[in-house]
Design a protein around this ligand. Sequence first.
Ligand SMILES: O=C(O)CCC(=O)C(=O)O
Ligand SMILES: [Fe+2]
Length: 277
Amino acid sequence: MGGLHRVRSGHDVGEVVEILERDGGVIVEDFVRPDTLEKLWTDLGPALDDRGFGDDWYNGTRTRRVSSVFARTTHLTPVVTHPLFLDTARDIMQRPVPMWIGRSRVDMTPTIQISGTQVIQIHPGQGKQPLHRDDALHLRRHPGPTSRVQLMLAMSEFTAANGGTLVIPGSHHWDDERAPRTSEAYSTEMPAGAGLIWLGGVYHGGGKNTADAPRTGLTIALDLGNLRQEENQYLAVPTESVLAYPEEVRRLLGYDRCPPGLGWLEMDDPYRALTGE
Ligand SMILES: O=C(O)CCC(=O)C(=O)O
Ligand SMILES: [Fe+2]
């Protein structure tokens, strides 16, 4: 299998779901408009400049990482609600789960939620990150149902030389015994404003930067609503920042209930407490 398939923003959601389920990833060439990207740079760039390099081999010692992204900018709605990200994630993860409650046979459809957010800036001299599956955070077994769909928005151009994300297409189909090899991985090459979407079971990792300028990506992970959020969004994003977003995004940030009954407050929808209704 070659590198990942490339589509444009208006591509049919159902077809992109098929591509994701088959290959584990896809590249959307024109994921955000230039003005959105510019606003994201204005809000997030200074925080990156102030941030020191990481201090461990996994997160990178020539890599700057800034989290709590929804607290730092109000311009993520077109990113997180992009149909080829959110609608495909809903389609892939919000599959009804049948159960008996007494003598009633009912289907429960889980919610999805924003889990981890980060701006990742890989500087020249950073070596490649070990290939890994991000759904390992939830100790998922493979192959199995997808519990994560993730976005990497290119805030700058991604190339093979500057650390474009390494991806092994189709590796979400592998079992837990098969080890990933770098020789099987493809570098994600995409212009600024493009997006890589991949499933949590796909082996991937940050690439090695042998170029002369940093590579900057913004990642947002959507997880099944019955799993713990990777990043603690309740503490990361102050209430006033949550309220700067529309209802759909507020619910994705965790102010929602996952059927049949996770996340309630006083046995009610936590969204009501957020908005003071
Ligand atoms: O920076 C990248 O391209 C990927 C980073 C990554 O996969 C991670 O930190 O989990
Ligand atoms: Fe990762």
